[in-house]
Design a binder for this molecule. Structure first.
Ligand SMILES: Nc1nc2c(ncn2[C@@H]2O[C@H](COP(=O)(O)OP(=O)(O)O)[C@@H](O)[C@H]2O)c(=O)[nH]1
Ligand SMILES: [Mg+2]
Length: 468
């Protein structure tokens, strides 16, 4: 019979041949079950938690399957909070599956994420930590792995609990003011109260900042500009391989191509596009239309310029997402990235006519120097990308929300706090403010899993792998 806490088991290493494979069994019968098949059972039975035991694992008929090491954890000092054993055998799927088959005579196969779900239900971790376990396994860049690890360590939970505490304090003050409003007690200091609630909102905004979104979804960067300025070369340089075709002939790139890279640890999807120019070539024109579409949806557009570029500008360039890039600075005689001063002097000397130019005054806009042939030629460009998005270089000490579910709940909480502030501003009764603050709290509690439903847990843990 399947119950919430019956004994479960699974192979927890990937299928295939390897040095070692591992199985995990968890639940209050796990020690007894393993002892049935393990040669060293007398010792294992009585052993202390966190001890290792070497012996032979046999099947039901008593035939040896493999020599194994059992790592014993006694409740509550295990991943799941229950008695559990990790069995290491030789890394052959045949062996691991025979051991699993033997265990399955007495235990049940774990469902996806069930070990972690138990850890959550047994109070070993809150929901943010449990979800981060899946993130840390699936992370593809250093930053996403680090963000998930911070979350496992409880940084996000601590921050959320702190916010909850502050919201509760604010709410209690409001409720006291309601209860004693007919008595001759000092009125609450509404100004201080408002300042404190506004500060909560501000901290929530920091927590939900873009950095988290980019860690989760990746930064979409589109290379654009006239043909032959070096878009494909920059694309290849970012990828560190010759992916896109580079030639001295304008119009080489006709369709866009995309690749995923890590930029300073952030996941980035880079698009190399067809150069924008007037053309009668039907295929090239289709490519240019796609370039415009990508420019609309990208988080960052690296737009390449040269002396002749001014007529290329379209009025809908979004300044916030635009990085102007001047490539091939080696051809201008620079043999390394120029100092800011030298660079500005050079740009001024070109007398560029740029889109922001007003009253025919030459202006120096923020154009990033770049070269795909100089050794440090892309440094200014990558710096510009990170600062454009205000991405923190060091995320270790700053919890960021990377999970969509968390972000949605945080947003609800923010909306409720905004409503509370509005209620205060228009002198609505204290009870309205208190009500909004309760809303704000319960949205945050949902993130932590203080309130959780089976459906929610199902939807979270089915995305895990079996064995985690
Ligand atoms: N000297 C120099 N040549 C470059 C640089 N970047 C690209 N090129 C050359 O410029 C030409 C066009 O480059 P490509 O990447 O195909 O430009 P795209 O049309 O914008 O994609 C090629 O011959 C490249 O080798 C650079 O930084 N310095
Ligand atoms: Mg190209």
């Amino acid at each position: 019979m399947q119950t919430l806490f019956d004994t479960i088991c699974a192979v927890i290493t990937p299928p295939g041949h390897s040095a070692v494979a591992m199985l995990r069994i968890s639940g209050n019968r796990s020690i007894e079950i393993v002892c049935r098949f393990f040669s060293n059972h007398a010792k294992l039975q009585k052993a202390a938690s966190h001890t290792m035991h070497y012996g032979t694992f046999r099947d039901n008929a008593g035939t040896a399957i493999d020599d194994v090491v059992c790592l014993l954890y006694r409740a509550p000092h295990s991943y799941t909070g229950e008695d559990s054993i990790e069995i290491s055998c030789h890394g052959n799927p045949l062996i691991a599956n025979r051991i699993l088959g033997t265990l399955l005579g007495h235990a049940r196969m774990a469902t996806a994420g069930e070990f972690t779900r138990r850890a959550f239900l047994n109070g070993k971790m809150d929901l943010t930590q449990a979800e981060a376990v899946a993130d840390v396994i699936s992370a593809t860049t250093i930053k996403s792995e680090l963000a998930a690890l911070m979350q496992i360590k409880g940084y996000l939970a601590t921050e959320l609990k702190n916010l909850l505490q502050r919201i509760t304090t604010a709410r209690i003050k409001m409720e006291l003011a309601i209860d004693f409003s007919d008595q001759d007690l000092p009125q609450i200091d509404l100004d201080t109260q408002r300042t404190q609630i506004a500060a909560i909102l501000n901290d929530m905004e920091l927590l939900g900042s873009e950095g988290g979104k980019y860690i989760r979804d990746g930064i979409r960067i589109c290379l654009a500009g006239a043909p032959n300025l070096g878009k494909s070369s920059i694309f290849n340089a970012l990828l560190k391989e010759n992916r896109a075709i580079v030639t001295p002939h304008p119009g080489t790139t006709r369709d866009y191509i995309e690749e995923t890279i890590a930029l300073d640890g952030y996941p980035v999807v880079v698009y190399d596009t067809a150069g924008i120019r007037n053309t009668v070539d039907e295929i090239e024109q289709m490519g240019i239309t796609r370039t415009h579409d990508l420019m609309q949806s990208a988080d960052i557009i690296l737009y390449l310029l040269d002396q002749d570029s001014s007529y290329e500008f379209s009025p809908d360039f979004n300044e916030e997402r635009m990085i102007w890039v001047w490539n091939k600075i080696d051809l201008a005689g620079f043999n390394g990235l120029p100092s800011q001063e030298d660079w500005e002097r050079y740009l001024m000397s070109l007398q560029l006519r740029l889109p922001h130019e007003v009253d025919d005054e030459p202006i120096v806009m923020n154009i990033i120097p770049c070269s795909t042939v100089l050794p440090d030629g892309l440094t200014a460009l990558t710096d510009a990308i990170l600062s454009k998005l205000s991405l923190p270089r060091d995320i270790e000490n700053r919890p960021l929300i990377t999970n969509t579910r968390h972000l949605a709940a945080l947003q609800r909480s923010r909306t409720a706090i905004q409503a509370a502030l509005q209620a205060m501003d228009c002198d609505a009764g204290y009870e309205f403010v208190a009500f909004d603050l309760i809303e704000a709290s319960s949205a945050l509690e949902e993130i932590l899993g203080v309130i959780s439903t089976d459906d929610l847990l199902d939807s979270i843990f089915t995305n895990f792998c079996i064995g985690k």
